[in-house]
Each structure stands twice: as C-alpha cells, then as structure tokens.
Design a protein around this ligand. Structure first.
Ligand code: MG
Length: 502
C-alpha cells in the first residue's frame, strides 16, 4: 500500500514538473519571447506536451490511480489521501473515455481554428469562420457523448471548468441573475445622476502607472518574492508553483483605471495560487478547485475591493500625488464615481460590473443551445445581435465586435463562460461572509490594511485546494449554498447610491 502510494506521488511529481515547465515556456512566449522565437517555441511546447500526455495516459499511472481509489473506497486511506485519489480518479476517468484519435483531431482543429478565427474577426466576416466552428461544435457534442451525461450534453462540457456543477443549477442562478439585472440596468439608464469618467481623463505616464500598480498589488498581499508583475497584450496570470506566480497587466497612457484593474484582477488570481499549500504541490490538494472559484478571487479584489470607497480612501491621495495634472482638482467622490461608470457596450472584456454578467448570460444561452442542437452555427450572428438588443439594448454594427469577439469557442472552450458569472456570484457571497466575520473590514481597508480579508480567504478557500468541491467550499465558508441574493444586494446598494436611484 505505502509503496504503491509513494509510486503514485512520484509520478504526480514528474507530471507536475512537466506542467510547470510548459507553463514557464507559454508565459515567456506571451511576455518576453522575440517574434522569431515563435516556431522553435512551438516545437518545444509540442514536444513537452507529448511527454506530458504520455505520462498522464500511461497504463501504470492509471493503475496506481485505480489502486488508490479502491483503497479510498475501502476507507483504508486518511482523508487527504482519499481526496487526492477521488479527484485523480475523476480526472483520469474522463481522459480515458476520449480515444486518442479524437483528442488528436480536436487538438488539430482547434489549433488551426485560432488562426481562422483571428482572420475572420479582422475581416468582420463570420462566414469565414462558420465551417470551422461547425466542426468544433460537432466535436464537442461528440466529446459530451463519449464522456456521458445525465440530462444535457452541456453538463459534460461544463464539468471540465466547474466540476460537479450541473447545467440545471447554472441555468437557475443565471435566470435569477438575468431577472434582477435587466430591470436594474433600465433604472440606471434612466438615472440623471450624471456619472461620468470625463473628470479623470488626461495623460498618465506609463512608468508611473507601473510603479503604482506594483505598489497596490504589494499592499493588498501579492508576494513579490514569490511572483512578478510584467506587461502583456492581454492581462493574465499563471502559476508554476505557489512560490512562483506571474501576473501581467497592460498600460494605457490616456487612462489609469485599465492598468490598475488588470493588475488587481490578476493579483487576485495569483494570491489564490500563492495561497495553495506548497507541500501538496503536484496533487489535487495543491490545485485550484474550479474556474468559478478562481474567478471569484480575481473579481473580489478587482471590484469589491479595488473599485470600493474604502480602498480609494487609502489609495486616492497617493494616486493624486503621482498624477497631479489630471487629478489634483478631482475629489475622492468624483473619482470613485468615475471608476464605476455603468455603460452598456459591445465588448465583454471592457464591460462594467453591472452589465458584465449580461454578456455572460448571452453566451451561456447560445452555447448551450448549440451543444443541445436547438441552434445552428449559421444562425449565430442573428441570435447574438438579437440578444444583445434584448439584454443590453445595444445594436451590433458588425460581427467583429459581436459574435466573433471571444477566443474561447475557437479553442474548444465551450462550457467555460458561465464560470465568469459564477465567479461574480461566489465573490459577493464570500465578501459578505468575510465582512460578517470581520466587522472592521471596511475600516481596515480605508487604512490600507488588507491582511484581514486575505487571511480569511487563505483559511476558508486557498489552503483547501480540491479537498472540497466548489459547492461544499461555498457552503462551509459562508454557511449556505450559492445564492444570488448577495450579488444582487451588493450591486443594488453600491450602484443605487452611485446612480442616486429611488
Ligand atoms: Mg480572470
């Protein structure tokens, strides 16, 4: 028993080293690599990905996972080893249901699809992308059939990103969310409060912005001895180990909010990674539990902290000192409102807190219908544009800023979008629970102290890895299952005040 368990852990360690090496190479590609490095880097990545795949599907590894699962089922393992076995068995079982020819075809189609999608988006021509997307949808429907599901094929795809969640549960919460957001947005649009970003328009020196972003993420708890902050075209975060987590943001010399929001969002992801138990590295107990929970960390720090009045009570005087030209005559209150403008727009990644989830709900409804077969690819632009009008009141001028805007489907990531909204919903529920446990939290933040909140997140979420499911984690941390009331309360209170709603 002990022997086969240590053999399993040795194999997990080997797999983890390869995964981290791949992550370093991919990070370098996005952040530092010169353009001529592209082809040799693709060779490096595909060689290492092959090595990794061989180890993950090796019969001796699968047998060791099977042994561990049997020992866990027979209650012969301690709780932590039992959770490791449960989660590994879950991962391996899914992989084994996918024949190698299927995996090769999906990899091949999605890697070509990236370039097809980019070209179509540039030309604003959906018809150039439609045949490729048809193939991807067909393959993902096949994947769902191979993996198996209870109610809808979408369940099988969602499970990759939000394990143990069902389409029915997601549909119920997103329907409640839609029913709250659509009328709430109508009230904001009718408001005459005159909330605007115009007062903070100006020039913001990029080097100064870099220093300010670093100052903020250090102060909220990102550990620079276990991470770096750099620059990339699209902000992202990646972890090689809890002791080495990388984040990026981007800088706009005409605007200061974009770099700060990007840096705080990615720092939220990164602090989760830095808070995973290093001694569990390579096992499921050293991994994030789900994309929804991961996004809850980034969105909480970005929005509930980083766009709040307590946060800016501390940081705004410092920001004014760095950027006196645009900000010296702008009051804290005007700045706070400018950072929280609500404006329905075309692009999800640029959306404000109130409209963001409507973009996600639209994608969830569409991709679910695609997978269930009630919507065909050819009808996508028409349905997309109709839903943009219905949910956001926005007219879509062309497919480039409409149905072609996101990379996800081209990569085969169908079932991913709802995790963005789950992240927002979880974040509000966690934040409400943290505030209940830490009654002084707002005052702490106004003094520039964020250790109370970070400590709460570490204890309730980060240290557990995948020991609990996301659903159990939420229940344990907050005392109830996922409930949109916390998000609706947060949005109503914050934006009701900003927009002076009756
Ligand atoms: Mg994120």
């Amino acid at each position: 028993m002990a022997t086969s368990n240590s053999a399993l852990h040795q194999k997990l360690s080997d797999i983890a080293q390869l995964k981290s090496a791949l992550a370093v190479l991919m990070y370098d590609r996005e952040v530092f690599m010169p353009s001529k490095g592209s082809a040799p880097r693709a060779d490096m990545l595909s060689f290492l990905a092959g090595e990794l795949h061989e180890r993950v599907v090796a019969p001796d590894f699968i047998a060791l996972v099977g042994d561990a699962k049997a020992a866990a089922d027979a209650k012969r393992l301690p709780a932590d080893e039992s959770a490791i076995a449960r989660e590994l068995f879950r991962d391996v079982s899914r992989e084994r249901k996918l024949p190698v020819e299927f995996v090769r075809e999906l990899t091949h189609v999605t890697s070509e699809a990236y370039h097809v999608w980019m070209g179509a988006r540039k030309k604003k021509d959906f018809s150039a992308y439609a045949p490729t997307l048809e193939r991807i949808v067909a393959l993902k429907r096949r994947e769902a059939e191979l993996v198996g599901y209870k109610k809808t094929p979408y369940d099988a795809l969602l499970d990759v990103y939000e394990p143990y969640a069902t389409t029915g549960e997601i549909d119920a919460v997103l329907t409640d969310l839609r029913n709250f957001l659509v009328p709430f947005l109508a009230k904001i649009r009718a408001s005459r409060a005159g909330v605007s970003a115009a007062p903070i328009a100006g020039n913001y020196d990029v080097e100064k912005q870099k220093a300010f972003c670093a100052l903020i993420v250090r102060q909220i708890g990102f550990d620079f001895e276990a991470g770096r902050l750099d620059v990339s075209a699209h902000p992202f975060s990646t972890g090689f180990h809890p002791r080495d987590v990388r984040i990026t943001t981007r800088y706009n010399p005409k605007e200061v909010g974009e770099s700060i929001s990007g840096a705080i969002h990615e720092a939220g992801h990164a602090m989760y990674e830095q808070g995973l138990p290093a001694e569990r590295f390579g096992t499921p107990l050293g991994e994030a539990v789900s994309l929804g929970i991961h996004e809850s960390q980034s969105r909480m720090w970005e929005n509930m902290v980083g766009r709040s009045l307590p946060f800016w009570t501390y940081f705004y005087p410092l920001l004014q000192k760095e950027f006196p030209a645009p900000l010296v005559a702008v009051s804290l209150d005007v700045f706070y409102r400018a950072m929280n403008v609500v404006r329905p727009s075309l692009i999800r990644v640029e959306a404000d807190e109130v409209t963001y989830n409507l973009h996600v709900i639209l994608r969830f409804e569409i991709e679910r219908a695609l997978i269930e077969g009630s919507l065909g690819v050819a009808d996508l632009p028409r349905i997309w544009n109709a839903k943009m009008k219905e949910l956001l009141g926005v007219d879509v001028p062309d497919d480039g800023v409409g149905v072609l805007q996101d990379v996800h489907w081209s990569g085969g990531a169908i079932g991913y979008f709802p995790t963005y909204s789950l992240g927002n919903l979880y974040s509000a529920q966690f934040f409400a629970a943290a505030r209940r446990d830490l009654p002084d939290m707002d005052a702490q933040m106004a003094r520039g102290e964020f250790g109370g909140l970070l400590g709460w997140l570490r204890e309730k979420i980060h240290v557990h890895g995948r020991f609990y499911s996301a659903q159990e984690l939420v229940q344990r941390a907050t005392g109830e299952k996922l409930n949109i009331r916390h998000y609706a309360d947060y949005i109503s209170k914050k934006y009701g005040a900003i927009y002076e709603l009756p």
